[in-house]
Design a protein around this ligand. Structure first.
Ligand code: IPE
Ligand code: IPE
Ligand code: MG
Length: 243
């Protein structure tokens, strides 16, 4: 059944997605894992289109975790190449839809040609304010929190900040993208019930939507279903239900 977007009372400003299941999607079809990742790249395009249609401002996609460096070198290389290829193919669409590209993670750990290609699109789309696509690359939430802690400690050491001044806002302000609001909705595909080191701080009060659908099969309609589920959630933030 298709979702009537007009009937949704609340649309999240920011949706974060753990794009999982590319490998299993490929395996079920007797294809290589990288074929699964290629088809998965098409789902990113579909979700961006759907998000723009629904009025979602920020999309964050978990594309490569700090733990994913453990994968076989050929797969890691294939994923990096696919990223460059996808940027070449779809940069035009980012411009057409005024989508700003941002990257979150250990940028310096990425191969130089990948960094250069990303930087080109980051710079070319920097002035767009309608929509933002954040790609989490070589991203790990624990590393992000450790980096934030180091930056805060340096400020205390230099006298710029006092220990007693440290609060929740201080930590939020030292994360990779402090100006991006916390996601209201987190979607994980392929049925796994875990965070895999994704946005531990930022997802503290987010709604979770887990679907068994593999990422390459997650397209516009599936995204709209997630929005519909979100619309039906009662967010209480530790309070009591309003009557
Ligand atoms: C998600 O799909 C993509 C990345 C983590 C890069 P997977 O590659 O994890 O697919 P499965 O979980 O093995 O099916
Ligand atoms: C999480 O998926 C990371 C990304 C989607 C980039 P994984 O497939 O790496 O996570 P685990 O291994 O199932 O926890
Ligand atoms: Mg996986």
């Amino acid at each position: 059944m298709s979702v009537d977007l007009q009937s949704l009372e609340k649309i999240p400003r920011h949706v974060a997605l753990i794009m999982d299941g590319n490998g299993r999607w490929a395996q079920e079809r007797g294809l290589s894992r990288i074929e699964g990742h290629k088809e998965g790249a098409q789902s990113v395009r579909a979700v961006l289109r759907a998000a723009a249609q629904a009025g979602v401002e920020f999309i964050t996609v978990y594309a490569f975790s700090t733990e994913n460096w453990k994968r076989p070198p050929a797969e890691v290389e294939g994923l990096m190449k696919l990223l460059v290829h996808s940027l070449n193919e779809y940069e035009q669409e980012l411009h057409e839809n005024k989508i700003r590209l941002r990257v979150m993670g250990q940028f310096e750990r990425l191969p130089l040609p990948v960094r250069m290609r990303l930087q080109k699109t980051i710079d070319a789309t920097a002035d767009y304010t309608d929509h933002t696509l954040v790609i989490a690359l070589s991203y790990g939430s624990r590393t992000e929190l450790a980096d934030a802690t180091k930056a805060i400690a340096e400020k205390v050491k230099s006298g710029e900040m006092k220990v007693k001044e440290i609060n929740e806002e201080t930590i939020a302000n030292h994360l990779y993208l402090p100006d991006v609001p916390d996601p209201e909705l987190m979607i994980r595909t392929s049925g796994e019930l875990r965070l895999s080191n994704f946005l531990l701080w930022q997802l503290s009060y987010s709604e979770f939507y887990i679907t068994d659908t593999y990422w390459p099969d997650f397209r516009e309609e599936q995204f709209f279903h997630a929005l519909e589920a979100f619309n039906g959630r009662d967010r209480r933030y530790g309070g009591v239900k309003k009557v």
